[in-house]
Design a protein around this ligand. Structure first.
Ligand code: G
Ligand code: G
Ligand code: NA
Ligand code: MN
Length: 254
């Protein structure tokens, strides 16, 4: 596996590229918005997914911060380009709860977002919890700063890891992304069914937009739609693809 030196070189050489995966309307299959996902176009090892480098970067959060700023620039450029072609879509970006607590990083993001020409309500930050952490005062203040600018906040991988009900009470989120592990068993299995039903109700009551991840089959799509879920993401609709090729894909798959 790659080491920190290689990652630094990769960042300097702009080998980390934005891939995108649409969020879609379960009813019509129409593209609703787009999530930006990191990929490493490694000169020797080929295309690497986040599992091959995010855990290593997490040891050195500066690396994760550089990645985020790089992907934000690439994603916002893609969003602007699509807008100029008459297709205006929301874009979301991933960061960890630890990054959200970093005032300097959030300041950097806000600086970059300040130069964006589209409304910031078209930008969502998906927060993942990859370690046990408290929702510090810093997190709360940074969420407030971002939301005042119109940026939407999303709680990612909800229902797995450290992504808890308590977090929902502590921080205001605009979107809830239900983890794919729940989706993969939802039809056959009674507890999963209850979890989905109650999550739909919870999101409605807290006025959050629910997105269900990991939809792989037509059966799951139809069943989730019947359960009241409106938005989803997954291989059934589309796999992550290079941001470069997205505009062309979109013309064929509106
Ligand atoms: O793309 P995918 O298939 O394998 O992503 C795996 C995980 O990596 C996802 O849960 C996603 O949240 C995370 N991830 C993808 N891109 C980024 C990123 O730019 N920053 C962070 N912190 N996590 C990311
Ligand atoms: O941010 P997050 O952890 O949720 O990133 C989503 C991850 O899940 C990405 O790595 C993406 O490649 C992957 N993914 C997206 N849709 C599907 C799917 O339908 N099935 C599976 N197995 N993985 C998916
Ligand atoms: Na995510
Ligand atoms: Mn997710």
């Amino acid at each position: 596996t790659p080491n920190v030196h290689e990652i630094l070189r990769g960042l300097r050489c702009h080998e980390f590229v934005a891939y995108v995966q649409p969020k879609f309307e379960l009813e019509s299959n129409a593209v609703h918005s787009v999530e930006v996902l990191a990929r490493w176009e490694h000169p020797q090892r080929g295309l690497l997914a986040p599992a091959a480098f995010i855990p290593l970067m997490a040891f050195e959060t500066l690396l994760l911060d550089e990645l985020l700023c790089d992907l934000l620039d690439q994603g916002l450029a893609c969003q602007t380009e699509l807008h100029s072609q008459g297709r205006t879509l929301g874009f979301s970006f991933n960061l960890s709860m630890l990054q959200l607590a970093n005032d300097a990083l959030i300041g950097r993001l806000i600086g970059r977002l300040g130069e964006h020409t589209l409304p910031l309500s078209l930008v969502t930050l998906e927060v993942t919890e990859d370690a046990p952490s408290v929702a510090s005062a810093a997190c709360f203040q940074n969420v407030s700063r971002l939301r005042r600018l119109g940026v939407r906040m999303s709680l990612d991988d909800y229902g797995t890891g450290y992504s808890s009900l308590l977090r929902l009470c502590q921080l205001p989120f605009d979107e809830l992304k239900l983890a794919s592990q729940v989706t993969w068993h939802s039809i056959e299995n009674r507890p999963y069914r209850s979890v989905i039903g109650n999550t739909v109700a919870l999101a409605q009551e807290l006025r959050m937009q629910l997105v269900v991840e990991g939809i792989e089959t037509e059966g799951q799509r139809v069943w989730l739609k019947q359960m009241g879920v409106q938005l989803g993401q997954g291989y059934l609709h589309s796999r992550p693809m290079a941001a470069d090729s997205f505009a062309e894909w979109l013309r064929a798959n509106p």
